[in-house]
Design a protein around this ligand. Structure first.
Ligand code: NAI
Length: 327
């Protein structure tokens, strides 16, 4: 049987953690033949550590055959030791009256420390997914704080936006979600993201032609996907958790095991593709194979797409500029 791999999860006692850990331990992320050791990180706070212990008791009680071990940590330098996969979920939410700059700064401190710890102790092949918001900028900060690791190992989660867009298209066309191919989401994980179905197909037919309604695209589809997070908070009184955990599983599974030729969206450091400045942590269409992602290049742009991509890029560059002095 396979040798266990080490999976670190931060914010492990939070909402997303609770929807995520059981699925990792059951083999949904890395395969039903891959044992895992969970390295769980929470803040040193007594309440958080106690809650983490409770989650670990429940993990024990599932008696998952693939769960080869688990550890509780309060320091990233021990939590990330030899880790093969790191899901950085924990971050500081915006408190009442907190300015955006302050939010970026407190999260900057967290992701600098975690980036340095990954740099120092993680596997040299570690695959890092940042979920904690602002996800793209936090991932960028962690990457910049880990100069000895390949840049390509740092990614941000756009998959929830991608999955939200898939479901909206499925509902609009009346076709199953699984039949939709070549959808992508460009940019920042924020309401400025640009979900793009210009290239999408269902059973070989163009989705754009099937829908044939540019007003729906601009006035219904894009705002629905962009503001979905806020709509969930409004309805549930809590932010998306199960769907976020599901997207994290999808992102890591496809990255590790391949996307079977299908396009998926990942936030990755740009290599200059589509004129996005190098290193910007940006949502791109990718195909995954053999543990690597490859950007889908050469897609044509129209004026509307260029405009939307410029908006989400500007937001990201502004976020980066606000934290540049920290990294
Ligand atoms: P939560 O507040 O329920 O849990 C967060 C946990 O992280 C808490 O237990 C907290 O103690 C812990 N934490 C905070 N700082 C930490 C640190 N430095 N090290 C380790 N643990 C730390 O929040 P929830 O709902 O689980 O969401 C987590 C994050 O994911 C939030 O930032 C949220 O905005 C973000 N998110 C991102 C999505 C995406 O698509 N990229 C979608 C949904 C949520």
């Amino acid at each position: 049987s396979k040798k266990p791999v080490r999976v670190a999860v931060t914010g492990a006692a939070g909402q997303i953690g609770y929807a995520l850990l059981f699925r990792i331990a059951s083999g949904e992320m890395l395969g039903k033949d891959q044992p895992v050791i969970l390295q769980l990180l929470e803040i040193p706070d007594e309440k958080a550590q106690k809650a983490l212990k409770g989650v670990m008791m429940e993990l024990e009680d599932c008696a998952f055959p693939l769960l080869a071990g688990m550890e509780a940590h309060s320091d990233p330098m021990t939590a990330f030791k030899d880790t093969d996969y790191a899901l950085l979920v924990g971050s500081r939410p915006r408190g009442p009256g907190m300015e955006r700059a302050e939010l970026l700064a407190v999260n900057g401190a967290i992701f600098i420390a975690q980036g340095k710890a990954l740099n120092a102790v993680a596997s040299r092949n570690v695959k890092v997914l940042v979920v904690g918001n602002p996800a793209n900028t936090n991932a960028w900060i962690a990457m910049k704080s880990a100069p000895d690791l390949p840049r390509k190992n740092f990614t941000a989660m756009l998959r929830l936006d991608h999955n939200r867009a898939l479901s909206q298209i499925a509902a609009k066309t009346g076709k199953p979600v699984s039949s939709i191919e070549k959808l992508c989401v460009w940019g920042n994980h924020s309401p400025t993201m640009y979900a793009d179905y210009r290239f999408a197909t269902i059973e070989g037919q163009s989705v754009k032609e099937m829908i044939n309604d540019e007003t729906w695209n601009r006035e219904v589809f894009l705002p629905t996907v962009g503001k979905r997070g806020a709509a969930i908070i409004e309805a549930r009184g809590l932010s998306s958790a199960a769907s976020a955990a599901n997207a994290a599983i999808d992102h890591m599974r496809d990255w590790a095991l391949g996307s079977n030729g299908r396009w998926v969206t990942m936030g990755i450091p740009s290599d200059g593709w589509y004129d996005i400045p190098k290193d910007t942590m940006f949502g791109f269409p990718v195909v995954c194979e053999g543990g690597e992602y490859k950007v889908v290049e050469g897609l044509p742009m129209d004026d509307f797409s260029r405009e939307r991509i410029a908006i989400t890029l500007k937001e990201l560059l502004d976020e980066q500029a606000a934290v540049k002095h920290l990294v």
